[in-house]
Design a protein around this ligand. Structure first.
Ligand SMILES: C=C(O[C@H]1C=CC=C(C(=O)O)[C@@H]1O)C(=O)O
Ligand SMILES: [Mg+2]
Length: 461
């Protein structure tokens, strides 16, 4: 039998004490395709959609339309501002049943101090949305919620119209056969700043040898031009099929879709327990099982990659010691193998202290030395000086949280920004004293590969 839960509450949404009525209804639906649900929003909700799936595939989340957005361009307290607004928005929501929870999805840009103009111009430094239509698939059960926030205390008529729209979207997603999408066709590739990138690796290693920093993550981009406009469901369908071992995400803002397939968890909180992962240090996959094993072993023993990794472990472990008890931290890294690359990997977990929250942990952890460097401030200054681009959401926290403090953020690497018929792919690597420009360049080529494949391109070895 189909189950439905309905609640209507009153909330204050901003410091002016503006009062809104918050109507929501959740319905359990028999199994449907998350991608088809996303694609059903192509005409009406373009620019206001998101897609998320965790690595384990136990949680899929799709949002269509904005019931409410929480966004700001604050340089210093953007995390606190999002947390405070979300708290006040959800304070009257029923707690206890995870499937009935309204979910806030979005991300914080890598560096709010970066003002370089480009594809990220106009993108908020903190950008989150509560979807009008929220699909959650958890452990094979699907729930569709409607959210409406309105000043109208008699919003029922508006809500009734949304119910009709919901039924239409659900119907469109209960497809027997999932649509297949063709790959985009690329007309040209362009590597902006290839030479400045190679030069910056020498400049940064020189800086490190002068003891001005220990590690700095330097990134670059690859620009693609397509023959035709590329759509969001088209690229999401590719990563869904090609990158099953990664977090999958897509977030739209006006004409931009930021999407990717990341192996790296920043933080997850579930019932008061916190999880993070140290992922840094890389080598390519082998062509045969023997070659792959040999590469893996050499990565585990390589001092340069071991050094890159250890900075991340030290920093994340330190953050966990300050915010958690009962910490589990393996003594040495293991291998994390994904389609195109293998990494050194150390998982960390602990019991969150009472006053610690997922957004406070996100704020403290970002950027870890896998994306920024050590010391953090010196590394960020070097990134601003030597990277001629704006990272936007690349290498930044992207994910969700609910009204009860549960949630998860991935680090948005192996990612790209799509705008109409152009895409910008991003990749970087940890630079330490003994890094070499050519091998770092080659590492970025391997890291471009997942997004490049999804977008219809290929790189030769
Ligand atoms: C910065 C990226 O990867 C980070 C995560 C894993 C391994 C890394 C490395 O070995 O350099 C990087 O720290 C990227 O993929 O763009
Ligand atoms: Mg590296």
């Amino acid at each position: 039998m189909q189950q439905k839960w309905y609640q209507a509450t009153e909330v204050e949404v901003d410091s002016l004490g503006q009062s809104l009525h918050f109507y929501m209804e959740t319905m359990e639906v028999s199994h449907l395709s998350a991608l088809a649900f996303y694609a059903a929003g192509e005409e009406c909700y373009k620019g206001e959609r998101f897609y998320w799936q965790n690595r384990e595939k136990t949680m899929t989340l799709v949002g269509l339309g904005h019931a409410h957005t929480i966004q700001n361009n604050k340089k210093n307290d953007r995390f606190d501002a999002v947390e405070a607004e979300w708290k006040s928005l959800t304070k009257n929501c029923l707690k206890g049943q995870s499937e009935l929870q309204p979910i806030l999805f979005g991300g914080f840009t890598f560096d709010p101090q970066n003002n370089v103009a480009g594809e990220w111009t106009g993108f908020p430094e903190a950008y989150f949305a509560l979807a009008t239509f929220q699909l959650v698939i958890r452990d094979d059960k699907a729930y569709v919620s409607i959210h409406l926030l309105t000043q109208d205390r008699h919003g029922e008529a508006q809500f009734e119209a949304l119910r009709k729209e919901r039924d239409h979207l659900v119907h469109a997603a209960q497809v027997k056969e999932v649509k297949t999408y063709s790959k985009p066709e690329i007309s040209s590739y362009f590597e902006p700043y290839k030479d400045p990138y190679l030069a910056s690796i020498d400049q940064v290693t020189a800086l490190i040898k002068q003891k001005k920093a220990d590690k700095v993550v330097i990134a670059r981009s690859l620009a693609l031009q397509f023959k035709e406009e590329v759509t969001a469901p088209q690229v999401l369908s590719q990563i869904i099929h090609e990158q099953p071992e990664s977090y999958l995400f897509g977030l739209e803002h006006e004409n931009l879709l930021f999407f990717g397939a990341s192996p790296e968890r920043l933080v997850k909180v579930e019932d008061g327990r916190a999880f993070s992962s140290c992922v840094a240090g890389s080598i390519k996959r082998g062509k045969t099982a023997e070659e792959d094993e040999a590469y893996g072993q050499s990565l585990l023993q390589d001092p340069k990659n071991g050094g890159e990794h250890q900075y991340v472990v030290d920093m994340i472990a330190d953050t966990f010691r300050k915010n958690c008890v009962d910490i589990t931290l393996p003594e040495s890294p293991r291998l994390l193998k994904i389609r195109d690359i293998q990494h050194l990997y150390t998982p960390v977990e602990g019991q969150l202290n009472k006053d610690a929250t997922i957004l406070q942990l996100t704020k403290t952890l970002h950027p870890t030395p896998a994306l920024g460097g050590v010391p953090r401030m010196e590394a960020l200054a070097a990134i601003r000086k030597y990277e001629p681009m704006n990272r936007g959401l690349y290498a930044a926290p992207i994910g969700w949280l609910d009204a009860e403090g549960n949630g998860e953020f991935a680090v948005a690497i192996r990612s790209a920004a799509l705008l109409h018929d152009k895409a910008y792919l991003y990749a970087g690597g940890g630079i330490v004293a003994d890094s070499e420009p050519q091998s770092e360049y080659d590492e970025t080529l391997v890291k471009f590969r997942p997004m490049l494949r999804a977008l219809g391109g290929q790189l030769h070895e």
